[in-house]
Design a binder for this molecule. Structure first.
Ligand SMILES: Cc1cc2nc3c(=O)[nH]c(=O)nc-3n(C[C@H](O)[C@H](O)[C@H](O)COP(=O)(O)OP(=O)(O)OC[C@H]3O[C@@H](n4cnc5c(N)ncnc54)[C@H](O)[C@@H]3O)c2cc1C
Length: 505
């Protein structure tokens, strides 16, 4: 008889693990507190528009990446439409070059290379070396996927393989060097400023910039047309077709452990579901601090909870504004400096705004209209989470006042929009936390550490609790959908191995 697995959470981790486990002969059931699948990978309808929270680019959307093979193990990627942007972002700088202060970051490497050389012929050598290294990264199947892969893979482990030696020096260098360090290589002040401001005022490892660029260039980091929920719905369909069962509105309260063995879970009003194995794909903090008893926390859990090894990834405020006219002539993504800094009620100071114009997606924007989105990252998600709990009225007031500031700032840049607004939606860290339990409203689990090469944060199992497993975007720093699907595959391999079953891929 098949062994039973209770899976907590129907985010992309829960759904993909559910599919793999079903394929490997387990009988699984998912328990999801929300009424929809997808977790953070979601989108919702508002007054004719669709608000897309997550997945503005999915690595593996096209055949140029090994992640495409992973996604294709589970869903027919050809059945999802992806949009590949020609331009990643337009950044307004202080400096001018050739009569313009806008820096175009093109997704097409050839176009980007030509553009950079035209801007600064004296930097040709640096530019060509930069694009050559990105092309080299593209030649390799990053990350490699094979049967012998380590159970707790890190980029470094993967790169040890002989055929990857050629790119090891670049990966090593770019995992230490930031965009701001790299910018100093340019003779052109315009390019120096542009590369320093790639991530606003944040310093980001060059690898974090270069790898996505490699994926964008080979059209394997597209944006799903119709919003992120489409991905979750496809996976839900697949999971059900494999015989899986999803219990929605099933809020798991406890994992039942008997004699150091996980034997089931308690959900909603003391309802019990027994199983041979329990896999949590829910929020990391909620799992270890609410679902499991205190005695199962170890040194690693404590260190992680105190942010000693990794910082929690930023949370986000997502302002979505529907406009009754077509502003599709604007670039789909641009960043500009604010005339006056905006101070969020949570204390974060914003010097620039990033605006997304979603008119390239006719499914999420009604014809003749425009959807403007502003995603503001914050490290102080707890402010909004606590305020909503303690003073709902003030929470709503501050949220609305803040939104008005954002609308004024957009209007000051692109022209007055106030009279044409027909939809406003504001999601705060409290929204993210309320719907998914995400600790501090984190959008992607943990931030990658300074040592970018070792990114595994917590093990897939606990030696203190047999038959309990954990896997989600919190399991590998940086998070994101590719990490999630890879981890679900890895945890399934481990569960198969421990139960003497063959992992079928
Ligand atoms: C604003 C934003 C933008 C993003 N952009 C991108 C992007 O462009 N590309 C990309 O690849 N990734 C992006 N991400 C990240 C990506 O969406 C996440 O990394 C991924 O969806 C996490 O999936 P998960 O299943 O591990 O976790 P989650 O999505 O958090 O899923 C956990 C699930 O468990 C459920 N749950 C929690 N507690 C319980 C409980 N007690 N009982 C029952 N169920 C429970 C939750 O409701 C949820 O459904 C973005 C995320 C955000 C928020």
């Amino acid at each position: 008889m098949s062994k039973t697995v209770n899976i907590i959470g129907s985010g992309i981790s829960g759904l993909t693990a559910g599919c793999y486990l079903q394929m490997c002969g387990f009988k699984t059931e998912i328990f999801e507190k929300h009424s929809n699948p997808g977790g953070l990978c979601t989108s919702w309808k508002r007054n004719g528009y669709i608000i897309n929270l997550s997945a503005h680019w999915i690595i593996g959307s096209g055949k140029g990446s090994s992640f495409y093979k992973l996604w294709s193990e589970l869903i027919d990627m050809e059945s999802i439409k992806f949009h590949n942007h020609d331009l990643k972002i337009d950044i307004q700088l202080n400096k001018n070059k050739n009569g313009s202060n806008i820096f175009h970051l093109y997704s097409n490497l050839k176009k980007f290379e030509k553009y950079l050389i035209d801007l600064s012929p004296e930097d040709e050598r640096t530019i060509r070396q930069f694009t050559k290294h990105i092309r080299l990264l593209q030649k390799f199947d990053l990350p490699p996927i094979d049967k012998k892969q380590s159970l707790f893979p890190t980029l470094f482990n993967n790169l040890k393989k002989i055929k990857y030696l050629e790119i090891l020096p670049i990966v090593y260098k770019w995992s230490r060097q930031t965009n701001v360090d790299f910018a100093q290589k340019f003779k052109s002040p315009f390019l120096r400023e542009a590369f320093s401001l790639l991530y606003d005022d944040e310093k980001v490892k060059m690898l974090v910039f270069a790898l996505p660029l490699a994926y964008f260039d080979n059209k394997s980091a597209g944006c799903p047309i119709g919003g992120s929920l489409i991905i979750a719905k496809k996976l839900e369909e697949k999971y059900i077709s494999l015989g899986g069962k999803i219990n929605f509105n099933a809020d798991v309260k406890k994992i039942i452990v008997d004699k150091n063995k996980a034997i089931g879970l308690i959900y909603n009003n003391e309802q019990i579901s027994n199983s041979n194995i329990v896999l949590s794909t829910a929020d990391w903090h909620f799992t270890f601090f609410n679902l499991l008893n205190k005695e199962y926390r170890n040194k690693d859990t404590d260190e992680l909870s105190k942010s000693k090894k990794y910082e929690v990834f930023f949370s986000s405020m997502l302002f979505s504004i529907g406009i009754k006219k077509d502003l599709g002539y604007l670039p789909h993504f641009f960043r500009f400096p604010l005339k006056k800094e905006i101070v969020s009620p949570d204390g974060t100071i914003y010097k620039r705004l990033e605006i997304e114009i979603s008119n390239f997606d006719e499914v999420i924007v009604p014809k003749g209209k425009t959807l403007i989105s502003v995603n503001l990252y914050t490290k102080n998600g707890d402010y909004w989470i606590n305020l909503r709990r303690t003073d709902f009225e003030l929470y709503n007031k501050l949220k609305n006042d803040f939104c008005n500031l954002i609308i004024d700032a957009i209007g000051a840049y692109i022209g007055k929009i106030k009279d044409d607004i027909d939809m406003i939606d504001v999601a705060t860290p409290a929204t993210i936390q309320r719907y998914t339990n995400s600790w501090k409203g984190s959008t992607q689990g943990w931030l990658p550490s300074k040592n970018f090469l070792s990114s595994t944060t917590c093990a897939f199992n606990l030696k203190e609790v047999k038959n309990f497993y954990y896997s989600s975007h919190w399991s590998t720093a940086g998070g994101g959908l590719p990490v999630v699907i890879k981890n679900s595959r890895e945890v399934t391999k481990l569960i198969c191995k421990n139960n003497k079953l063959k992992f079928i891929f």
